[in-house]
Design a protein around this ligand. Sequence first.
Ligand code: ADP
Ligand code: MG
Length: 699
Amino acid sequence: MNKEIPELYGSMIFGDKVMRSKLPKDMYKALRKTIENGTHLELDVANSVAVAMKEWAVENGATHYTHWFQPMTGFTAEKHDSFIAPAGEGEVIMDFSGKELVKGEPDASSFPSGGLRATFEARGYTAWDPTSPAFIKDKTLYIPTAFCSYSGEALDKKTPLLRSMEALSKEAVKVLHLLGNQGVTRVSTTIGPEQEYFLVDKELYKQRRDLIFCGRTLFGAPAPKGQEMEDHYFGTLKPKVSAYMHDLDVELWKLGIPAKTKHNEVAPAQHELAPVFDTANVAVDHNQLTMEIMKKVAEKHNMVCLLHEKPFQGINGSGKHNNWSLITNEGVNLLNPGRTPAKNLPFLVFLMAVIKAVDDYADLMRISASSAGNDHRLGGNEAPPAIVSIFLGDELTAVLDAIESDTHMGKQEAVQIDIGAHVLPHFVKDNTDRNRTSPFAFTGNKFEFRMLGSSASVATPNIVLNTAVAEALAQFYEELKDAKAEDMEQAVHALLKKAIEKHKRIIFNGNGYSEEWVEEAKKRGLYNLVSTPDCLPQFVTDKNVELFTKHHIFTREEIFSRYEILLENYTKTVLIEARTLDEMLTKDFLPAVNAYAGETAKNAASKKAFLPELATGCEEALVSGLTEAYGALTEGIKELKALIAKTAETADALEAAKLCHSELLVKMEALAEMANKAEALIPDSYLPYPTYDQLLFSL
Ligand code: ADP
Ligand code: MG
């Protein structure tokens, strides 16, 4: 088997090997140039690639092709067309042209556009992204594309991501040239997303409306055992889970997705998968595919993969760690501290650019991780707090301290940088300090953004991060550009010093879960944007609109449309949850409470008649407890319904979202608490759905 893996790996992608074997040499070269340098692709090349792709796809069993895109829903979308073209009476040929490869025209009127696309212009366009490989899945050739409107506005997550990668590359190259590194022509962002998920039994899943409609349980009495023993983390894989993970790996490998690490996570039934990092847009495509295939393979194994951020109350939810770095076309990781001091100047500049970026745009970073689901995690002492800060570790912090406190000029300055650099290799080796409470941590040669929710597209945080860092670099460039080459080191030093003074407030190496940090962060003037409706309005502030428009990531209209969509998504999600809770309590739970109370009352009455002298009143107490709960829940459901109506009728999107957070979710939580208490009194056999015990410990 193992021998076959290199063979199997990437067998379903139109990768370099296939390209080379199928394309004429000059066409192959032209395509490679586009992939590597992002240059424009001529139609004759596209035609040639289309022919080769179709040939390869048909050989591998494909009958259809689809432009695969990532609309603002956060999911992926596809519309399949077959390759067939009529060729005389009753005959067809398999056909696919360069035009069809390069551009698609899905009717896009049903995708969220936040008002960008007027209904009279329902057309949307998909444009091939040649830098992310096409692949075959379910007998269809998938062509990764960007999705935009007739007038060119981005309607997806891919377009702004590609734009942000361009912006960052441009600014990074300029700075590197200033620092004497003339050979660099391109800087790419690399991403390695670690993906957490839960697995539950399919039959059990089907019995819970909340899992089906919301992807999470809306209430449930805790199992006697949760995650307190911490025995699940890195624990031995159960055979069922192991078989699943194996199948999943194979499916991912076929698509050239380098799934690398898999293990059990902290919560029972929770697991993680991490791939080897890749260029940002490829990694984003791969993560979308990974989530989809995780679900699909689970089906085959009679399980359901839950990607929700908080499927169960009382135990950890799932996140996604966005490992992020920068690599030059010469293969240098710009966030690698390296060994020789001279070469560390770029490192320090880029490190500082990231620190500045995250400090200046902490609100956007927070937004990029916001969703109704993730609101249940952030600040819940299982995920980073909602306050964005950076963990550097003691040694790197000491390096920055040394630069900051150096008041001398000239030679000593270089010495100070030397000191910094000397510490670094040591730092790299000893970088075992894993501050799990930090939202944004330096981890040796990359940053790890840990706020993301498990179901989120990794596009969003990287659009923000890339753009914010591009802006920081642009500002650095302006400050350095007039320095003479021989003065550059000093100029850089002065710049770093100033930047550290200004941005050190964002650096925090302590415990992010502590109350003191919340206080301290407030003193430092950092944002503490607790919920999605709290943070979203920051998206449209002048400062942030300016950032995105300056670097041509979003137009003003695109920003406002996205803001609308995000608010609406949030409200829709909460409303669906509220309605599901209503239905589940009314149709599943209350009848169970009633049945058990009735049964208990009947038993109590007959026992009392039979053995009056032994009556203790405990059945009565139980019946009265259940009846009270029944009454309180019924009353609560009425209030819930009223709140649902009030929210649904609220026209202003921000107003509605705020109502969700401050009233609807609060009511839902109160109901859940009541239900949990009552559920603990009721035998499982009375409940028409499985409990936490069964869901979490049955695999
Ligand atoms: P952990 O965070 O558990 O220590 P690793 O550090 O080994 O795990 O890697 C976590 C993820 O970071 C992996 O997906 C890995 O490929 C990714 N990663 C490693 N180096 C880089 C890099 N230079 N850029 C982006 N991601 C990276
Ligand atoms: Mg990690």
